[in-house]
Design a protein around this ligand. Structure first.
Ligand SMILES: [Zn+2]
Length: 176
């Protein structure tokens, strides 16, 4: 198909007479190439990105603008796919918890509150204990006593571990 002079008119952003405009519209209706070109030109003009420069510059800007539109569309789609797949994965993992929460919300809330209270009080008790220890101990205990205390704690820990081990072993012995 012969695109002239319409292609030149579109690329140069020529000011058209009424007759020329009618001819151009008629050509655009049957020619995909020129209608695409015209749409790109309209998009550029509405973005006020085009200067009245002619020829190569306009053609380059049009191609760049079209490329940018395609790129932006691809990026938006990529973002959509990423967000939706992420949400899908998240809901897939969270579904069992949400379902059990919805079936027994009060139990869950009490459990959670009790858990947080337990952690909170434990931390506070531990903090108080450490504060007291750090305030008192250095005054009373000379350096060599630290070694005694440390080995005593190690001994207690060892005895504890052994007792747990024996406790765990006992049922086996009873059964046998
Ligand atoms: Zn054409």
């Amino acid at each position: 198909m012969n695109h002239q002079p319409f292609e030149t008119w579109l690329l140069d952003d020529k000011h058209l007479s009424a007759v020329e405009k009618r001819d151009l519209d008629a050509h655009i209706r049957v020619c995909r190439t020129c209608s695409a070109l015209s749409e790109t030109g309209l998009a550029l003009r509405s973005a006020k990105a085009v200067s009245p420069a002619a020829g190569f510059t306009v053609r380059f800007q049009q191609r760049l603008a079209a490329q940018k539109i395609v790129e932006r569309r691809r990026r938006v789609w990529g973002m959509f796919v990423l967000i939706f797949s992420g949400l899908g994965l998240l809901s897939w993992f969270a579904a069992p918890f949400v379902i059990s929460f919805l079936s027994a919300p009060i139990e869950w809330i009490t459990t959670a509150v009790g858990y947080f209270l337990f952690i909170f009080t434990s931390l506070r008790v531990l903090g108080d204990f450490l504060q007291v220890i750090t305030q008192i101990l250095p005054q009373f205990i000379p350096p060599y006593a630290w070694m005694v205390l440390f080995s005593a704690m190690a001994g207690v820990g060892l005895a504890w571990a052994v007792s747990i081990w024996q406790f765990a072993r006992k049922p086996q012995g009873v059964n046998a």
